[in-house]
Design a binder for this molecule. Sequence first.
Ligand code: NIG
Ligand code: FE
Length: 402
Amino acid sequence: MDTIGPVKGTEMSDLTVWNHAAIGIKDDIVVWLGSAEEASILDASQTIDAKGRLVTPGLVEPHTHLVFGGSREREMALKQQGVPYLEILKQGGGILSTVRATQATSYGELLEKALFHLDRMATYGITTVEAKSGYGLDRETELKQLRVAKEANEKHPLDIVSTFLGAHAIPPEYKENPEAFLNEMAGLFDEIKQEDLAEFVDIFTETGVFSVPESRRYLMKAREKGFGLKIHADEIDPLGGTELAVELGAISGDHLAVASDEGIGKLANSDTIGVILPGTSFYLGKDDYGRAREMIDAGAAIAISTDFNPGSSVTENLQLIMSIAALKLKLSPEEIWHAVTVNAAHAIGRGDVAGKIAVGRKADIVLWDAPNYLYIPYHYGVNHTNTVIKNGKVIYERQEIR
Ligand code: NIG
Ligand code: FE
């Protein structure tokens, strides 16, 4: 059955597994599904023998900060000394240091860098990626980032879904007047629409960044302009961003590590997907990885993601995040697979095309060097992909070194 909506609550434990299956692909589309025995009588121009390997949909990565200049390896020492993430930001580092680097990096360099990271994501089995702006915080650099994401989507086999995160931090010159800065970013909505540069608008709702009322006003303007909504919410301090995501009908509320009981209840009774980022909790040294277990138990739909960015989660390895989700969020392997495929696709508006192997859908498929689906979260920190197929074409194959 090709279900339409995201997979919620206890349904996330119910994973469809076929043994000795075969998949027929014509051009870029899955045209046939059946048993290996039936497939042997079909006339195929080319076959790939999976040799008993696990085969799954291509992974969907629903939350990345793909396009940025520079890197922040020097911040690691500050983190080791115990300087909190929001304190580094307050002192003009963190996101703001990547903003300076991104402003200073040319369009061409940003594009090369983004394509490099996309290549790496592809090797890890990711076939669709969400990409946010948010390291410009001015008209020129935000549009530069979004145009880079658009060209990367045209140039690279992976599909990129673009989000405008101009409201990612307050530039120092607007410190006393965040509302004026939000108005400036909202002033870009029409241009972004006209150039078709983003489908979603996102905001960082957090202490020292944007408040819940500011976020509400900004996101309502975005919604009026026809954008889908996303929120970086309840990541560090519980401000009620989860509730706001539900109130505004956001497609996803992201982070939600410190969501309130009320927020979890509302999320469970909504169509908003919780995009949970346990790699960020790991990388920021949090003891508490968040409440994904309670969210699923309450009936919510959850996706998981790397949050790939140069500051709070520096990895393209979604398989590693699957292990952290198992070990720290206590999600089951079945829940985790839903969270990186069908639910992740729904979290970025691609529920009808990505995240599933089904007749009529794009042939985005991964062959794994693994005997079963339990194995990927179990054997952690390494890359298990054997072959990655995007739109019916093999884009990556593991090489033997012998
Ligand atoms: O999702 N929380 C806000 N933004 C990013 C981090 C960006 C950065 O540190 O550069 C996140 O964690
Ligand atoms: Fe993020």
